[in-house]
Design a protein around this ligand. Sequence first.
Ligand code: NAD
Length: 249
Amino acid sequence: MVPIPKIAPGTEFGPLRIRGERVFVLTGAGVSAESGVPTFRDAGGLWEQHRVEDVATPEGFWRDPEMVWRFYSQRRLKAREVQPNPAHVALAKLERELGDRLFLCTQNVDALHERGGSKNVCHMHGRLMSTKCSRCAREPFDDENAYEAPPKCPECDALLRPDVVWFGEMPHHLPRIFETLEQTDLFVTIGSSGAVYPAAGFVSHLRTVGRARCVYIGLEEPENAHSFDECRLGKAGELVPSLFEVDKR
Ligand code: NAD
């Protein structure tokens, strides 16, 4: 039988004690919200005043590459102004404590986990500060530039594009992610609406393979709440710093 999740304000729960368990943390846009990076849902389907279909799909890019590059260039400029919040910093501390027993996977394209001190971050939806060719196999490269006009690949002359995973595209690192899920004892999702797949399905996958305790942290109940053991409601920046208690013995 599927257990009924306990859904309550985060302050009603005790810390998650870790004594040798393997921990998988999945973060979504909500972990960066307190840093001032807008989420999808808060804007009612619009993303920084744009329709998601126009700026986050391959079709939108090919319809108007100039507008899409202006959008991501604006986001690159804005990204310089935001700072990691206490949730990012707490997850970096957890990495120092757990080493490779922590797998931090983010749906976010921002670099706030790294800027908060995390060294090993799996960016399943790509990175804002990276660019790749829309046609050839040239390696994606670090790129903080803001472009007025769509840049071209120096090797094949096709358009370059932001190295982010758009709707309808395959996320990165899925084999590694699913392999890690199989070995996970504690799965924690932070600030993700549970509406964007495949990430939203990781928790139900864990239910089929077995043994992990599954905890959600976020402002409101996610769409996939039924698959978690607990939904701890509140802001990531307030709940995450006291969420984990690592037993170092
Ligand atoms: P989402 O926008 O669908 O959902 C965000 C969730 O975070 C909501 O459930 C909301 O209640 C919660 N939330 C808002 N403020 C919070 C806070 N302070 N603390 C805790 N939770 C909070 O985001 P998603 O589920 O990550 O999926 C949408 C897609 O959006 C992803 O693919 C991601 O790549 C993309 N995205 C990324 C960024 C970023 O890089 N920072 C920003 C917007 C969207």
